[in-house]
Design a protein around this ligand. Structure first.
Ligand SMILES: [Zn+2]
Length: 187
């Protein structure tokens, strides 16, 4: 099965230092939902792996998160896209769990659920923690220059990132490369 794993905040939707706590605060990045639809139509299954420490911090409950995801999936369906599953870490940083990125636990859970080798699967995110989780799990790290990494547009990859991290302007640019519609962009 062809699989792509995506981070959520900063990759699919606008991120916020105040956390996304309600459906009204969830807004898709330009073209991001269409990018997921393009993946689907090319035969890719899409799964989301997201840190949601707003749960562990008591800023929202699971019902609120589910309402956010309902909004996201409805907007995604409107452009012909779907995701197979949403894996989330509900913990606070101080909980010491193995699923909060940069730990690889969420990616390992996905591999177990779908009964596949996670090695070589593209993982797309906007933060160093995403890329570290990808590296540790054996996924291919793809950094989108949206969300927390928008300031890196036009710059070289900082040396703190795993070697071999691929950079893309946004999620659509990643899909272009994956579907071989463009060469690796010079940023
Ligand atoms: Zn966790």
């Amino acid at each position: 099965m062809k699989l792509v794993i995506l981070d959520r905040d900063g990759t699919i939707n606008y991120t916020s230092d105040e956390y996304i706590k309600s459906p009204e605060e969830w807004r898709a990045l330009p073209g991001a939902l269409e990018a997921i639809s393009r993946l689907n139509h090319a035969g890719y299954h899409v799964v989301i792996a997201t840190n949601q420490s707003g749960l562990g911090r008591g800023l929202m409950d699971v019902a609120a998160m589910n309402a956010i995801h309902k909004r996201m999936l409805k907007q995604l369906a409107a452009v012909g896209g779907r995701v197979d599953a949403i894996f989330y870490c509900p913990h606070a940083p101080t909980d010491g769990c193995n699923c909060r990125k940069p730990m690889p636990g969420l990616l390992e859970q996905i591999a177990e659920r779908f009964g596949l080798e996670i090695q070589g699967v593209p993982f797309v995110g906007d933060t160093l923690n995403d890329m570290m989780a990808a590296e540790t799990a054996g996924c291919i790290p793809h950094l989108v220059l949206t969300g927390k990494s928008e300031a890196l547009r036009g710059q070289a990859l900082p040396s703190v990132f795993p070697a071999g991290t691929h950079m893309h302007f946004d999620l659509n640019a990643f899909v272009d490369v994956l579907l071989k519609k463009s060469v690796e962009p010079a940023l």
